[in-house]
Design a protein. Structure first.
Length: 251
């Protein structure tokens, strides 16, 4: 059955791969993001199954008004993919840029929460719907410089788990996807403020996951029978594993 899938951050990386995958699987996609020209290119490539909608998830009024602003035939969103997000900087907390922290919280936490709140009522009323939230391994595995980024993703995980507690019995499902190192997106270029060489070095020889791999996981989770909720998927490349605890000896 064809579903209507709303994706935040569909202009690059995972979001774009999700759009391609869901359209290929016969679904309709509301593709959102700030870079509107990219959304129109996506529609030109994928056809009328894509509705491009410019949206900054930190624009609270635009998010609140979005459900009613959609064309009537696109308003029943079956799958909301809260994907828009970013890491800014990798400095230790004492040297981090406070505005970077605020931007990550506004996007990864407040934006995601607000989108969810905007679309949940119609899902609960219809007794069906999927909220797919993009967490990260950074939400459960701390690393130097991960400070606020990791904390926003820990929020995403616990918010998702609490949503499950609220939504039990409604038919609405909540799925958290927690990827590790994934190449082929703009994530590190954004984190390193446009330093493409530094970003590229991170993936060199690492055989990272790719956005299509994350799309495969999301498509699989959403395609499960209605009585199955895939709570969490944590996935990493085979080349990645958690590190040991550190002890800095003083003498
Ligand atoms: P990209 O940088 O390639 O894509 C991020 C997307 O988010 C872009 O489409 C961007 O669109 C959008 N976005 C950013 N800020 C806003 C905003 N204020 N309003 C609306 N859209 C916004 O990153 P990825 O595809 O790699 O990351 C997608 C998600 O996955 C993020 O939440 C990230 O934290 C998470 N993740 C990424 C991993 C990785 O290694 N790549 C691993 C684990 C999780 P635009 O600028 O046009 O608005
Ligand atoms: C992105 C993965 O390890 O760079 O969420 O934080 S990591």
């Amino acid at each position: 059955m064809s579903k209507t899938v709303l994706i935040t951050g569909a202009t690059a990386g995972f979001g774009r791969a999700f759009a391609e995958r869901f359209v290929r699987d016969g679904h309709r996609v509301i593709a959102t993001g700030r870079r509107r020209e990219r959304l129109h290119t996506l529609q030109a490539e994928l056809g009328d199954a894509v509705l491009p909608v410019g949206l900054d998830v930190t624009d609270t009024a635009a998010v609140d008004q979005l459900p009613a602003a959609l064309p009537p035939e696109w308003r029943e969103v079956d799958v909301l993919i809260n994907n828009a997000g970013l890491a800014l900087g990798l400095n230790p907390a004492s040297a981090a840029d406070i505005t970077d922290w605020e931007t990550m919280i506004a996007t990864n936490v407040s934006g995601l929460v607000r989108l969810t709140r905007a679309f949940l009522p119609q899902m609960v009323a219809r007794g069906v719907g999927d909220i797919v939230n993009l967490g990260s391994i950074a939400g459960s595995h701390p690393y130097p410089g991960g400070n606020v980024y990791g904390a926003t993703k820990a929020f995403v995980l616990m918010f998702s788990r609490n949503l499950r507690a609220d939504l039990v019995g409604t038919g609405v499902r909540v799925i958290t996807i927690e990827p590790g190192l994934v190449g082929g997106s703009e994530f590190s270029e954004v984190r390193f403020k446009g330093d493409r060489d530094r970003a590229a070095k991170l993936y060199e020889g690492a055989n990272p996951l790719m956005p299509e791999d994350i799309a495969e996981a999301v498509a699989w989770a959403v395609a499960q029978k209605p009585h199955i909720n895939i709570n969490r998927i944590e996935l990493m490349p085979v080349t990645q594993a958690p590190g040991p605890l550190t002890v800095k000896k003083t003498g």
